[in-house]
Ligand binder design. Structure first.
Ligand code: SAH
Length: 346
């Protein structure tokens, strides 16, 4: 990957950060996600569904509430964007299996580009599934979608506004090494003073989903780390074996992510025509969905270290110093009069 990037930069000049992210993560054969399972202790990072089954169970219950709020369409698409190992979808389907009408109406559609992870999802879910490379090929049906730690993996540009001038963060070559550089670019309207991270790919996906929900009906949940208000500042980071590494140090061998700008994402969903319900922290969302009671019920069947680890995992999802505050939950829906618990009406 490094050789490829060096040759591309030599041929056409410094590479903007969003191109670099897109190549490192999504190159069809060399991309980070294309040939590995990055999760867990032996991988680079872990995610809420991998930490505790309660996460997927409560998201599943939310999906049922959302489905009922939008008029219980049958059939409907249960769509997950970036399903990783398939753990979240497996937990959603298990938790909702007894809701007869819901589970009879479900058609599972997964948006996933990685062949390795598609295989993991196939093994885990063992049922009729349709995979898609992008949301564009989803059938024209009402949908309930979930996206956990999906948008943070999508490419973002880094644009800098300083003293009236505009610059773009790029990757350049120095000797044999990749280095970060900036280059002046023409004015871009609407930038904040400082460094702006802008994910046009994320906005395009949100607008497309918003338009589908408006036209066909449905709702969805985005869960990710990020900020509720657009703000200047750098959040791009590279993770390898659970440690932060330099962004250009291990191209396609480290996970590259940016914090999600929920304000920009909300505007993009609304631009498509969906209603945006006022977002919450993950801690508030899971607590209001009944995490404590569910954790106590499951823990009652466990003993010793297993019980301890289980309770630690559940607490990690909601603790302020762990995932509780940093992660946010944004719900969107077709324009309705009633709220969808635990979100207030838009
Ligand atoms: N939701 C899972 C995995 C998060 S990691 C969990 O919570 O554990 C990001 C996921 O998004 C991976 O499955 C990755 O392969 C997928 N992905 C990344 N970029 C993508 C893209 N452009 N289109 C579709 N899927 C993508």
């Amino acid at each position: 990957m490094k050789k490829l990037i060096v040759s591309m930069i030599k041929a056409s000049g410094p590479m903007p950060i969003d191109h670099y992210m897109a190549l490192c993560l999504g190159h069809p054969t060399l991309g980070y996600y294309m040939n590995r399972d990055p999760f867990g202790a032996a991988g680079d990072f872990t995610t809420a569904p991998e930490i505790s089954q309660i996460f997927g169970e409560l998201v599943g219950i939310w999906c049922v509430a959302a489905w009922q709020a939008v008029g219980s369409p049958s059939p409907f698409l249960l769509v997950e964007l970036g399903p990783g190992r398939g753990t979240l979808m497996a937990d959603i389907l298990r938790a909702t299996a007894k809701m007869k009408e819901f589970s009879e109406a479900v058609q599972v559609h997964l948006v996933e580009t990685s062949p390795v992870l598609r295989q993991a999802q196939r093994d885990k879910l063992d049922r009729q599934i349709t995979w898609h490379d992008s949301v564009e090929t989803l059938p024209q049906e009402p949908l309930i979608f979930v996206a956990n730690e999906f948008f943070d993996a999508l490419p973002a540009q880094q644009l800098i506004r300083h003293n009236g001038a505009t610059y773009e963060r790029c990757v350049d070559v120095e000797g044999d090494d990749l280095v970060l550089a900036i280059r002046p670019i023409p004015q871009v309207p609407g930038l904040l003073e400082g460094l702006n991270e802008i994910s046009t790919v994320s906005s395009a996906i949100a607008t497309s989903l918003g338009a589908r929900i408006d036209a066909l009906g449905g709702a969805g949940l985005v869960i990710d780390y990020g900020h509720l208000q657009t703000a200047a500042g750098e959040t791009l980071q590279a993770l390898k074996a659970h440690k932060t590494v330099g962004v250009v140090e291990h191209p396609s061998e480290s996970d590259l992510t940016v914090h999600v700008d929920f304000e920009a994402l909300a505007k993009a969903f609304a631009a498509g025509g969906a209603a945006v319900l006022s977002p919450k922290t993950q801690g508030a969302f899971l607590n209001e969905m009944g995490l404590e009671a569910r954790a106590a019920k499951l823990a009652a069947k466990l003993v010793g270290q297993t019980r301890k680890d289980f309770l630690t995992g559940a607490a990690r999802l909601v603790d302020d110093k762990e995932m509780g505050q940093l992660f946010k939950v944004l719900a969107v829906a077709q324009r309705l009069r009633q709220p969808i618990y635990p979100f207030e009406a838009p």
